[in-house]
Design a protein around this ligand. Structure first.
Ligand code: C2E
Ligand code: MG
Ligand code: MG
Ligand code: MG
Length: 285
């Protein structure tokens, strides 16, 4: 652009690249520092059984509470954490934090399920299954209560090593969910080869415009496909009672979305749970 010309072409371009690389390094350093200084936290979003309105469990979603910048959403740091590999340490931390919370609930007889997002890079890394199983065991939680949500970016091609990974997770007692289902194209073809438990239908298929008569065709097909393959379906991004009613009638198993609750920090979540179980459950179900 003409700023390059004004500042003298290539020299400025290099300077700009240098600035970008420096900014990246700074953010990477801050990520590691933030992890060491305990600046990350998990928010929890409820997952509701569609047929009964029962609270089944939660998805844990990462937040970075930066001392100067305040709350930083995952989309502002996860991509860099992935490209630098810091994501592995971050997600191991998240699993520990989630297990500590889950253990507290389970000890109190509240047998919730918990789902965590696992980046493709982490999912495909060496020794991941043993490492995660070890963390869960150390924390004293039963793996049957944990689900890892993986996006189609792991490569939905029928790759033997991906399938073996899925099998290894399953053998440890973990469940696997395909997150944002439908946003990658190869998913339908290879789904039947994957020993997974659940698909989570992307909110773009849930949040169709209300008076579009063909709007639900895709979500209906996905639910039927999943049922045919014996997979559980979760619908994300439910914001209205109309969406809830439609998805329930289409036979989706679990629902998640702002209609029920946004992701909340643990203290607000406990208040929400009390409220939901005593009063809201009937009006929202
Ligand atoms: P996701 O796993 O698909 O999570 C759902 C996102 O949609 C969350 O955003 C959630 O707050 C938002 N959401 C939930 N219900 C509604 C709704 O009714 N309407 C709308 N408009 N949005 C809704 P969030 O928390 O900002 O997380 C964004 C993404 O960041 C996640 O998408 C996930 O891909 C990623 N992420 C978060 N934590 C982790 C993590 O620990 N590891 C990895 N790899 N990714 C993570
Ligand atoms: Mg998710
Ligand atoms: Mg999702
Ligand atoms: Mg998503």
């Amino acid at each position: 652009n003409d700023r390059h010309v004004q500042r003298g072409g290539i020299a400025f371009y290099e300077e700009e690249m240098g600035e970008k690389a420096t900014a990246r390094l700074t953010l990477e350093m801050n990520l590691r520092k933030g992890l060491a200084l305990n600046e990350f936290t998990l928010y929890y979003q409820p997952k509701i059984e569609a047929s009964t309105g029962k609270l089944k469990g939660f998805e844990g979603l990462m937040r970075w509470i930066h001392p100067k910048q305040g709350l930083i959403p995952p989309l502002d740091f996860i991509p860099l954490a992935e490209s630098t590999g810091v994501i592995i340490a971050l997600e191991e931390w998240a699993l520990e934090a989630a297990c500590r919370q889950l253990k507290t609930w389970h000890d109190a007889g509240r047998m919730y399920q918990l789902a965590l997002n696992l980046s493709a890079r982490h999912f495909l890394s060496d020794g991941v299954v043993e490492k995660l199983a070890h963390i869960v065991k150390e924390m004293g939680v039963c793996p049957n209560y944990l689900t890892f949500e993986i996006t189609e970016s792991v490569g939905m091609e029928n790759q033997q090593h991906v399938i073996e990974r899925f099998v290894a997770f399953r053998e440890q007692g973990f469940s696997i969910s395909i997150d944002d289902f439908g946003t990658g194209f190869s998913a339908f073809v290879y789904l039947k080869h994957y020993p997974i438990h659940e698909i989570k239908i992307d909110r773009q298929f849930i949040q169709v415009t209300d008076n579009d008569p063909t709007g639900n065709v895709i979500v209906q097909s996905i639910i039927e496909l999943a049922r045919g393959l014996g997979l559980k379906t979760v619908c994300e991004g439910i914001e209205t009672t109309d969406q809830r009613d439609t998805l329930r009638s289409l036979g989706c198993d679990e629902m998640q979305g702002y209609l029920f609750s946004r992701p909340l920090p643990i203290d607000e979540l406990e208040t929400w749970i009390d409220d939901y179980d005593t009063t809201k459950k009937d009006s929202l179900r």
